[in-house]
Design a protein around this ligand. Structure first.
Ligand code: ADP
Length: 663
């Protein structure tokens, strides 16, 4: 059976709603914080990385500068070492020449070595003077005497400024003053090619990583290790190139930042985690929303069912297989007077069992536990908490769980105390009424009986006197005497009949069903009322169907109905003009029923009277009891028949008694 839609529930209170909204937002807040922390971490890592790269750059630059300085110092020292040899002798010794050639090897940066005497004149050079042309192409200038003087003055090597030579080369000179035992010997001048020095001197890994350039004081590039421009010139590092000095600077620019895989991986994995978290939070929210919707539906459904249960007047109680109470509804609590808390969990004997019927109730309980109740239910006597008696009709059905297992019994309990009390009362009343009615009828009949018996007795007495007179006069005819005695006998039988009928009428309380010829019962009844009718000058007409089927009924009771109906009809015709004072009793058979119709031409029954007609003690007569019709109807119903009435077409009333043929 489809469940009707549960009523819409009102929105939850705003305080709770606000809290749950906050709880729902919490994961997003945490996620935002988490992402912020990751971004900060990545940024810090990058900063740290840049810092580290910068530190490495500075370190490398310092290293390079140190390296160049060391190279220059080493060259100067070596020049100083071989200088006395160069300046004292005209011809170069083999080792000195070898040393010179070594100094002039491409990786030392020197392109020419000249040695000048104490007066500053060039004594010789390597490459030799004969190679002037070549030197001229490379040096393009003669050593500056000022610098030589300065070197002599300060007593240590002095470097000259850089100057351009042929092509795009730039050179500078190192003037090394030389002293011997005899005093100042002269100066050895080493001519350096800036680009050679820078290019050759640097190790491969350095030039891979950095672009190295030498800038003049105006910032112009005078030598460089590579022509390829770095990606980010802003990250260049500049230090003074001293020696040689004179405003020369070394500019070192990293080609590109080293890719640090750890922060990249870190960021990527964090991003991935964040995406997964967002996705799972979203999924969770969806599931939560679905669950909340389901819970809401369950709550609405349960509220709906509870409202339904609470509105029931039938008590419901569930028990597990051991007989322990697992559930009671409010109607059951109202019925017994115990609260649900007191009842749930109770085991037999239950507190609401009637202490006077414990053994029977226990037996009934065991029967129910073994197999439930019949569809008609079982009646059981219980006791309310306040000690009042409680009659209940109990229906049991097995409780089957979702897996199809039998887990207990669900019982519906109807409080039938009032109905039962009313039924008992009605039964008692009916018994009392029947007794009363019989007494009343007996009373009525006693007077009728006196009147009735009076006639035959008077007749017997007069016949008897007639006989005696004839006997005394001794003039009697034998046939006449027999005739008189026969009449006496008839009258005596009639009196006996009257007494027997009355006796039968009052003797029994219980209906004694037997196959009846209804016409015969009516004839008997008419026999009873006939004298009264005669007295009232009422004409009784019997219109009895010949082929009437047999009915199973109590003859005396049916006769009682007929007598009552006829009497009532006669009473109603008290003021009817004599020619119309007739009462018709007819019988008819129609299908499965037989109908008796009693038609009078009396006053008829007005609407007000009709409303109370069958009520006990309703009467419009001065000496009436008002029980006749009530008892008649009870008798009719006892025989599964009906008693009704309708107005007769030409005035008066028709009372109809219907009895089933097979009753
Ligand atoms: P009682 O005869 O003692 O009054 P009944 O129960 O037999 O009690 O009848 C109740 C009332 O119904 C009568 O007092 C009368 O007013 C009315 N009644 C019964 N039968 C008839 C009838 N045939 N015609 C008119 N009124 C009737």
């Amino acid at each position: 059976m489809p469940t009707p839609p549960p009523p819409q529930l009102a929105a939850p209170p705003s305080e709770e709603g606000r809290r749950s909204r906050w709880v729902a937002r919490l994961p997003y807040l945490a996620l935002a914080l988490f992402l912020g922390a990751i971004a900060a971490l990545v940024w810090l890592t990058r900063e740290y990385d840049e810092e580290e790269q910068r530190a490495t750059l500075i370190n490398d630059a310092l290293w390079m500068e140190q390296n160049l300085r060391f190279q220059l110092d080493r060259n100067a020292a070596q020049l100083q070492q071989i200088a006395p040899d160069l300046l004292r002798t005209e011809r170069l010794s083999g080792p000195t020449e070898a040393q010179l050639r070594q100094l002039l090897s491409p990786d030392r940066g020197l392109v020419q070595i000249l040695w000048l005497d104490a007066e500053g004149r060039v004594r010789n050079s390597m490459p030799p003077q004969s190679e002037d042309k070549l030197i001229g192409e490379t040096s393009g200038a003669v050593p500056s005497p000022d610098i030589s003087r300065l070197a002599r003055a300060v007593g240590r090597p002095v470097y000259g400024p850089a100057y351009p030579v042929l092509g795009d080369q730039t050179q500078f000179e190192a003037h090394v003053p030389v002293w011997g035992d005899e005093g100042f010997l002269g100066t050895v001048v080493g001519v350096y090619s800036l680009s050679d020095l820078v290019v050759r001197e640097l190790p491969w890994w350095f030039s891979e990583r950095y672009r190295v350039a030498v800038l003049d004081p105006d910032g112009r590039e005078v030598a460089s290790k590579s022509k390829v421009a770095p990606l980010d010139p802003g990250r260049a590092y500049t230090i003074a190139f001293d020696p040689p000095g004179h405003g020369l600077t070394l500019q070192i620019t990293p080609y590109k930042g080293e890719t640090r895989w750890i922060p990249v991986l870190l960021s990527a994995s964090m991003l991935l985690f964040a995406v997964i978290i967002v996705w799972s939070v979203w999924q969770l929210r969806r599931q939560l929303a679905a669950r909340q919707a389901a819970e809401q539906a369950v709550r609405a459904e349960s509220a709906y069912r509870r409202a339904m249960e609470d509105s029931l007047i039938t008590g419901l109680r569930a028990r597990d297989l051991s007989g322990r109470l697992t559930y009671v509804n409010s109607a059951f609590c109202r019925m017994t007077g115990y609260t649900a808390e007191e009842l749930v969990g109770c085991k037999p004997p239950m507190p609401y069992w009637d202490p006077d019927h414990i053994a029977e109730t226990q037996k009934l309980h065991e029967q129910i536990m073994a197999g439930g109740t019949s569809p008609e239910g079982v009646e059981v006597r219980l006791r309310r908490r306040n000690g009042e008696r409680l009659d209940a009709l109990v229906f049991e059905a097995p409780l089957i769980d979702a897996h199809g297992r039998h887990t207990g019994w669900m019982g519906s309990v109807l409080d039938i105390t009032e109905q039962k009390r009313a039924r008992e009362l009605a039964l008692q009343q009916e018994e009392r009424l029947q007794a009363t009615s019989r007494l009343v009828t007996m009373g009525e009949m006693a007077s009728t009986l006196a009147h009735e018996l009076n006639q035959p007795l008077a007749a017997i007495a007069s016949y008897n006197t007639g006989c005696l007179n004839r006997l005394e006069a001794d003039e009697f005819d034998r046939d006449e005497l027999r005739d008189i005695h026969e009449k006496i006998g008839r009258q005596a039988r009639r009196a006996g009949d009257i007494i027997r009928r009355v006796h039968d009428f009052v003797r029994r309380a219980e209906p004694r069903r037997e196959a009846l010829d209804l016409n015969e019962v009516i004839r008997e009844a008419l026999g009873l009322v006939e004298p009264d009718a005669r007295k009232r000058r009422i004409h009784l007409v019997a219109d009895l169907a010949a082929d009437l089927p047999v009915v199973h009924a109590d003859a005396v009771m049916i006769e009682q109905i007929i007598v009552n109906l006829v009497r009532n009809g006669m009473d109603a015709m008290q003021d009817t003009p004599e020619p119309n004072r007739s009462l018709r009793i007819g019988t008819r058979s129609a299908g499965a029923v037989v109908t008796v119709r009693v038609t009078d031409h009396g006053t008829g029954i007005d609407a007000e009277t009709a409303r109370h007609l069958f009520q006990p003690f309703f009467t419009t007569k001065q000496e009436g009891m008002g029980m006749g019709l009530n008892i008649c109807r009870s008798i009719a119903e006892l025989h599964h028949g009906r008693l009704g009435f309708e107005p007769a077409p030409d005035g008066g009333t028709i009372f109809t008694l219907t009895l089933p043929v097979d009753s």
